[in-house]
Design a protein. Structure first.
Length: 95
């Protein structure tokens, strides 16, 4: 989601051109010239891109933290399960 939006905005505001192969297709899809008064609003685009980069960074940081916590919890579960497997026969013998 966020990464796709960033790539689209960077492509647009970075001046990357969209090219389609084939001269026949190009002849059919020829666009009229852009009006002279049209210019890209780079200030707004830069602001949006910066906000999305912060969001992406936050998502990546939170994902890494959650994955670490999940791995720690899984490790603790496996340790407790192994301890219970060892202790159960000992407690059964005492009964």
């Amino acid at each position: 989601g966020v990464r796709k939006a960033l790539s689209v905005l960077r492509e647009y505001y970075g001046g990357a051109a969209f090219l389609q192969g084939g001269s026949h297709f190009a002849a059919l899809m020829q666009q009229p010239a852009m009006p002279v008064t049209h210019t890209k609003a780079t200030g707004a685009g830069t602001g949006i891109i910066n906000i999305l980069e912060v969001c992406e960074s936050d998502f990546a940081e939170n994902l890494a933290k959650e994955e670490t916590e999940e791995a720690d919890a899984q490790s603790e579960y496996e340790k407790t399960t192994q301890e219970n497997k060892v202790m159960k026969p000992l407690k059964d013998q005492d009964v």
